[in-house]
Every structure is written in C-alpha cells, then in structure tokens.
Write a protein that binds this ligand. Structure first.
Ligand SMILES: Cc1cc2nc3c(=O)[nH]c(=O)nc-3n(C[C@H](O)[C@H](O)[C@H](O)COP(=O)(O)OP(=O)(O)OC[C@H]3O[C@@H](n4cnc5c(N)ncnc54)[C@H](O)[C@@H]3O)c2cc1C
Ligand SMILES: C[S@@+](CC[C@H](N)C(=O)[O-])C[C@H]1O[C@@H](n2cnc3c(N)ncnc32)[C@H](O)[C@@H]1O
Length: 663
C-alpha cells in the first residue's frame, strides 16, 4: 500500500521543516547535539552497552524523520563495538514513520552532517520506496539492523510481533512537539510502549509536556524530569519494571526461537535458493551453517534455471499475499544489490519487467491497480504501447504495467554467490533420509548409512519436503514446470525487458532467451518434453498475437524441467515445523473461538525449522523469508507484522482447518 511522502521545505540554515506540522525535524544547527543529549545520554546507552548480557540491544523510535537519531546512535555503536571484546553484539533499531521523507529531501537533510556520511550513504542506498509495512535495512555487515516501519504508530505498534518477555530495551519517544501533533501523543501510544517494553526498558523524550509525563506514568513508566537541550528547560526520561507476562495475540501462531547455546551446530538441508538465503542470513549474525545437498551440485532442483524473472505478484487490493510480495521484493532487490557491492558476481539484468495487458480483461484489472493507487509508481506503473515498445526495444502494441526494479537473475550463480558470501561449508551428494531427536541434538541419517548430529536443523528441501515424517502432514502442492531456451535471433534479439503475461520471456543471455513456463500439477517427472515446448510456444503466440516477431521464435531442446514446491494459498511456509499430531489435540476446539488465554502455545518439533513452498516466485520471496526465519530462530524482532507472519506460519493450514472444524 502506498504511503504519502512528507511535505518539506528547508529553512535558511538548511534544517528541514514539515509544512504540515509547522515544525522542524531537529534543532537548528544543533540536531546532532540534541540527539546526543536527549536520546543517547538520557537513555544511558553507552553505560548499558558496556554491561549488556544479551547478544542484541533493541531500540524503538516514534518518528524516523531524517534518520538523524538512528545514524547518531549507529556512530556511537560502531565506535563501541570496535573497542568491545564481544564481536557478535548487535544493535537492532526499530523506527516508525507515517510520512517518509523523499529520497531527495533525505539526501539534502543529511548532507548537513558530514561526520555521519558513511552511515547516511548506506541509508540512502537502502532507503525504501513508500510501501506500508516493515522494511529491513542492514548496516555494518549486519551488526546493525534497522526495521523502518512505514505507517502510523497507532496502526503499526499493535501489529508488531511482541514476545513473552517484551521486545524493546529502549524507547526514543520522538515526534513533532505534542502541541503540533497531538494525534500521535496519546495514552494509546504510551500503553503500547509499555506493552512492548522489556523489563528495565528505558525511555527518553525531548518534551516535558504534562500530559506526556502523566500518560507515561499511568502506563507504568517511572518518569523523571531532566535538564532539556539548548533552550528547552526540561525533558523526560525513565524506565519501567515489568514482569515477563505478555500474552500472545493468537497463541496458536506464537513463534518460538531455538533453544540456543552460544555456538550451535546448524545444518541446512537443501542446496537451492531457500538454503542459500538461510545460510547468508545466518552468516550476517556471525553464525556458520553446513549445507547438505542430495544432488551432485548446488541449485540442481527448482533453482537451476539460467534466467528467472524477478518481479512481485501485486494485486489491486493489497491483501496479505500482495503485501508480502511487495515487501519481499523490495528487500530482495536491496539484498541482491548489496551482494554485487560486496563483489559477489551473478549474471543478471535489472532491465525492469513489463506485465503485458494482452486482452481487455487483463487491461481492466491492471487499470484498477493503477486507479486505486494501491502501490507507489516507483514500484509499478502504467505504460502505454509506445512506451512499452521503447523500453522493450521490440514492437509491442500493448499497454501494461512496468516494474522498474525488476529484471532477471541466473539462479545457480545467485545461489553460489550467496553461499560464497556466507562462507558456508557445502556437502554435496548427501541425501538425508530421516531425522530424529530425543533429548539431545537432532540425529541426521544419511542415504549412505552414515549419521551426524546438529543442534538446529533448517529444512529447505523444496519439492522433496514431504518425504520427511515431521513434514509429511503439511499440504505441499507439487507443480512441474518447463522453461524453454530460445535462440536469440531476428527482432527478438533486441528484447530489453522481461515480458510477463501468463508466462515470461527474458532478454538474451549467452545467445538464448528463457521462455517459461508450464504448470503441471502433481507431476514430479523432470524429463524435458516436446509437448510442453509446444504449450509454452502456443501460450506466448496467443498472448502476444499482435507481435509479428513472436512467430519467428525457435525453441531448442535445451530447455529444462523442474518441480516447484507450492502451497494451497501460494505463500511459503516459514517457521518452526509444527508437531501436527499434538497441535491437532491442543487446538481441537478452536472452532469454539474461546478467549485466547484458553489456548496453550503450539508444540513444534524442537529446533527444527523450515523454509519451503517458495512456489513460482522464489527470487522475490526467499531473501525476506530467510531473514524472518533466522530472526525467529535467534529471538530477534521480526521484520513483518504479526498478521503477515501468521500468513506464512507452517501450521496455518492445520489451524484454519480446526477453526472450520475440519482438522
Ligand atoms: C520452470 C520453473 C520456472 C520458474 N521461474 C521462476 C521465475 O521466473 N521467477 C522466480 O522467482 N521463480 C521461478 N521459479 C520458482 C523458483 O525457481 C523456486 O521458487 C525456487 O527455486 C525454490 O527454491 P528452493 O530452494 O525452495 O527449492 P529447490 O531449488 O528445489 O531446492 C531444494 C533443494 O533441496 C535439496 N534436497 C531435497 N531433499 C533433500 C534431501 N533429502 N537431502 C539433501 N538435500 C535435499 C535438493 O537437492 C535441492 O538442492 C520457477 C520454477 C520452475 C520449476
Ligand atoms: C521531529 S520528527 C523526527 C525526527 C527524527 N527522529 C530524526 O532523527 O530525524 C517527527 C517525525 O514523526 C513523524 N510522525 C508524525 N506523526 C506520526 C505518527 N502518527 N506515526 C508515525 N510517525 C509520525 C513525522 O512525519 C516526522 O517524521
């Protein structure tokens, strides 16, 4: 969903000023000092980091604005960690913003602070397009995570995934002055701050307004007046004592972390996009995993295509699936760019993708998406036939939707790049036949009769996932697909963007174009078929019938077939592997819709996790899904709202069935 940008002007000192709120974003000439005084000093950040026992410190902020508070804190953290003897200590910053500043205004505002340049540069590189929801950005090689939530604090906070022991170690209660923005400074906000706080959570705010002081006290904070910054006489700071008793919103979807020791032995079963992304996400936390792959090379399953289209599936209504796709696509797009910046090579083209409005019905659907203004133009916008022809560099007499950040990627090279960046150990020709756990670690039984153990196991086994007893009750849907390799010649050779309709056609790479793909349900045969070549050809000729050049195309027989692992609702399964037998008993009376406290937390297979069901959009969804999974395993804040996480929970089908009394 689109979020409106802030309306800003800059005053004579270059300080940004919000015209809607008639207030400055930070003190004239003193923004940095004010952040240091109010938020760093009065939250006692440096002293608390010095004595911190956990692996991460979580700060949450109301009003991201220019990101000045985040960047100043990051500077302190960067200096601190270089002197610290705890190299895996991480800072997790959550910031919420209702009216994000445009990229251009942000660059201008931050240019006032050259001392923050390395961090500002990294922020500007990852700054998201204005789509509502959580955007996860990473800094300092993963040592700092910023979850930038776009939306109103009053809508975002209730959707944030809380934990039994709370989520936040420190609040930066920022925002325009309470008198200029009374809608934000409500009792509801203070109550939510308390709800999400961990025991001994601190807070600081620049204001000393009476109703803020009383409201925070009423919510449970101990509030002290402190000397304010500059001309402000007072400010407020304090902390909260809190028992660890947060109730889960929907207990059956509670997401449990792994039972971790400090250096867990982690096994990832799989050698495709899912496995490689999990390995990469773990490595950013300093954790190494071993990948076990049954084939004689990585990316020999669904992730074996030389050119996969990279684009999200967006609808006119921003339902759960569309929101997940939009946020995942943005995350993936930044992650792929970061890999390139690190010198990791994989063949690709960010050439955009064009969704062809190939008949009136499709055109009407696409127009609705544009007219509803569901998504920002930077993500997807309408282009007419002439613009389409100009972009595609082939005659294309159709209008449609253009996704400028899209393109194509070579999947095996991407998988290899992720594994290289993660510096993971890879064991090929190693097929897992079963796994079991009593009280100690998981015991993994291999096809050759050997065994090994692992503390944490991540199943990224694609279309073979149902072969394991623990996952066999889950409703995987297997769909065979064949993609063609088309000789690059004649007009087609000029194709310069990815064309999508019922299928897709890419620009050339090494003399051929990928033209995909077929969908054959419940067929797990991977042989190349001439009959499906004809299906692919006919599909493209019908959809692009107004293009003369489509009749010249010549498939070769070097196309490829593989098996997609999908799910009944076409969303991946991300999280703990549910013990379906026990959960069926735990929740047998869900249809009665008793109060949440009636239901216990779900029993899962301890320390067994999964990232499966990537279906036909793995390039878009795998990176964020892996990040979610690893965040869950490590008990970090999660980068999606609870309702979207529920939509990815592997036990959702069981739960839905029990609610409808069909489980
Ligand atoms: C024809 C076709 C076209 C597609 N086009 C696109 C596209 O244009 N864009 C897009 O985004 N997506 C596309 N996809 C989907 C995309 O390829 C998948 O979503 C993604 O590759 C799935 O990755 P994965 O790691 O889950 O599965 P896979 O790549 O299948 O990986 C599963 C891995 O698990 C390993 N494994 C399984 N069982 C065991 C075991 N017992 N022991 C050890 N290892 C095991 C396998 O060896 C394999 O390495 C397409 C898929 C197909 C088939
Ligand atoms: C003073 S600025 C914050 C300055 C910021 N912390 C910084 O470091 O630059 C206040 C911010 O709060 C945002 N804001 C105002 N009302 C909000 C709301 N209800 N929900 C989320 N953000 C809000 C404004 O758009 C603005 O960016």
């Amino acid at each position: 969903m689109t979020i409106a940008n802030a309306k800003i002007r800059f005053n004579e000192n270059g300080t940004p000023y919000a015209t809607q709120f008639e207030d400055l974003y930070f003190s004239d000439n003193q923004g940095l000092d004010e952040t240091n005084h109010v938020f760093v000093k009065h939250n006692k950040l440096l002293q608390r980091w010095e004595n911190w026992q956990n692996q991460q410190f979580v700060i949450a902020e109301t009003g991201f604005g220019t990101g000045l508070n985040v960047l100043v804190t990051m500077l302190h953290f960067d200096i601190f960690r270089q002197q610290s003897d705890n190299p895996t200590f991480r800072l997790h910053f959550i910031s919420i913003e209702k009216f994000p500043i445009s990229h251009e205004d942000l660059a201008k505002a931050l240019s006032l602070y050259p001392e923050l340049a390395p961090y500002s540069h990294a922020l500007l590189e990852q700054y998201p397009i204005p789509v509502a929801g959580c955007h996860r950005l990473t800094f300092l090689g993963g040592k700092v995570i910023l979850d930038l939530w776009l939306g109103d604090v009053h809508e975002v906070l209730p959707k944030m995934e809380n934990k039994p022991q709370g989520l936040i170690d420190t609040w930066f209660l920022d925002g325009f002055a309470p008198s200029k923005n009374p809608e934000m400074w409500t009792q509801g906000l203070f109550e939510h701050m308390a709800l999400l706080a961990k025991d001994q959570c601190h807070f600081a705010t620049f204001t000393a307004a009476g109703h803020v002081k009383r409201g925070l006290r009423e919510a449970g904070f101990d509030v002290q007046k402190q000397p304010g910054h500059g001309r402000k006489r007072d400010m407020l700071a304090g902390s909260i004592d809190k028992p660890a008793d947060n109730l889960s919103r929907l207990p059956y979807f509670a997401r449990k972390p792994a039972t971790m020791n400090k250096t867990p032995k982690i096994a990832i079963i799989g050698g495709g996009l899912a496995a490689a992304n999990c390995a990469y996400a773990l490595s950013k936390r300093g954790l190494q995993a071993t990948l076990y792959c049954q084939d004689n090379a990585l990316a020999a399953g669904a992730s074996g295509n030389a050119q996969g289209g990279f684009y999200p599936q967006l609808n006119a209504q921003a339902g759960h699936a569309s929101q997940i796709h939009a946020l995942s696509f943005n995350y993936a797009s930044k992650l792929y760019q970061q890999l390139l910046n690190q010198g990791i090579h994989y063949s690709h083209q960010w050439c955009g993708t064009f969704q062809v409005a190939f008949n009136d019905k499709v055109a009407a659907r696409y127009r609705k998406l544009v007219d509803n203004q569901t998504w920002p133009d930077a993500l997807i916008h309408w282009i007419d036939a002439q613009q389409a022809t100009n972009i595609a560099k082939v005659d294309l007499p159709y209008p449609g939707l253009f996704i400028p950040q899209g393109g194509w990627i070579n999947l095996p090279e991407l998988v290899a790049g992720l594994v290289k960046a993660a510096d993971s150990t890879v064991v090929i020709n190693q097929q897992l036949t079963s796994l079991a756990r009593t009280n100690g670690p998981w015991q993994l039984n291999w096809q050759d009769g050997s065994q090994c153990d692992a503390d944490i196991v991540i199943m990224a086994t694609g279309s073979d996932s149902a072969a394991f007893q623990q996952m066999s009750p889950l409703p995987f849907r297997l769909v065979r697909g064949q993609v063609e390799a088309i000789n690059s010649q004649n007009a087609l050779a000029n194709l310069s963007t990815v064309l999508c309709h019922k299928g897709y056609l890419t620009p050339a790479w090494q003399g051929s174009h990928a033209m995909g793909s077929t969908y054959v349900k419940d067929d797990t045969n991977r042989d190349y078929r001439l009959s499906e070549q004809q299906t692919n050809l006919t599909m493209h000729q019908q959809a692009l019938e107004k293009c003369d050049w489509i009749n010249d195309i010549q498939p070769t027989t070097s196309g490829r077939a593989a098996i997609r692992c999908s799910t009944p609702d076409h969303l991946p399964m991300v999280g703990a592997v549910p013990d379906t037998k026990i959960q069926s008993e735990q929740y047998h009376d869900l249809y009665k819709a008793l109060p949440a406290k009636h239901y216990p937390p779900p029993i899962n297979h301890t320390d067994l996790f999964m990232l499966c069901g990537l279906g036909s959009r793995g390039l878009s969804t795998a990176p964020l899904c892996a990040e979610i999974l690893v965040s869950q395993i490590l008990n970090e804040p999660l980068p999606l709202s609870s309702n979207l996480l529920d939509a990815l929970n592997p036990n959702r089908f069981l739960i839905r069935g029990l609610i409808r009394r069909q489980g």
